[in-house]
Ligand binder design. Structure first.
Ligand code: HEM
Length: 132
């Protein structure tokens, strides 16, 4: 049996938070048609409930992300460039999620919602590139 190390805990928390931020968005998007059929206010109630776990998960991603950077150290120019791309995607994902919850028009809400999902998925992909 391989030992449970601090690294195990660090990556477990980072990936767990990523499953909530990324997987939660995909699941909520898939549920929207059924939620709409249940009542006009139901999608907003579900989105608010998701936000109560999504933003703490985002916070944990940032904290464990900084821990990852510290623990992994400098692995050269290509790694630094990949990390910079990751930072850009994470900030974009957080910003578009913030806007998604505040814009008034359904069109703007849809655009920011889609951008939040796409940048979250891209951050996940680039995360794997960093871990390889
Ligand atoms: C939307 C937010 C984020 C998502 C979805 C995400 C996702 C991931 C995933 C899936 C991995 C691969 C873990 C593995 O295979 O071991 C990873 C690794 C990593 N992430 Fe994130 N992450 C996010 C935010 C951040 C932030 C904010 C930082 C830095 C401040 C960060 C820094 C890192 C580093 C350095 C690694 C490599 C760890 C290693 O080599 O063991 N991540 N991330």
């Amino acid at each position: 049996m391989r030992p449970v190390t601090v690294e195990t805990l660090r990556l477990f928390l980072h990936i767990l938070a990523a499953t909530i931020w990324v997987g939660g968005q995909i699941t909520l998007a898939a549920l929207i048609p059924a939620l709409r059929a249940a009542g006009t206010d139901v999608p907003m109630a579900a989105a608010n409930a998701f936000n109560r776990v999504a933003w703490p998960a985002f916070g944990i991603l940032v904290l464990t992300g900084i821990w990852n950077v510290e623990a992994e150290g400098d692995k050269g120019v290509a790694y630094q460039h990949t990390l910079l791309l990751k930072y850009t995607l994470v900030v974009s994902s957080g910003f578009t999620a913030f806007m998604h919850a505040r814009v008034a028009s359904r069109k703007a809400m849809g655009v920011f919602g889609a951008l939040t999902g796409l940048t979250a998925l891209a951050a996940l992909f680039v995360g794997i590139m960093l871990a390889e």
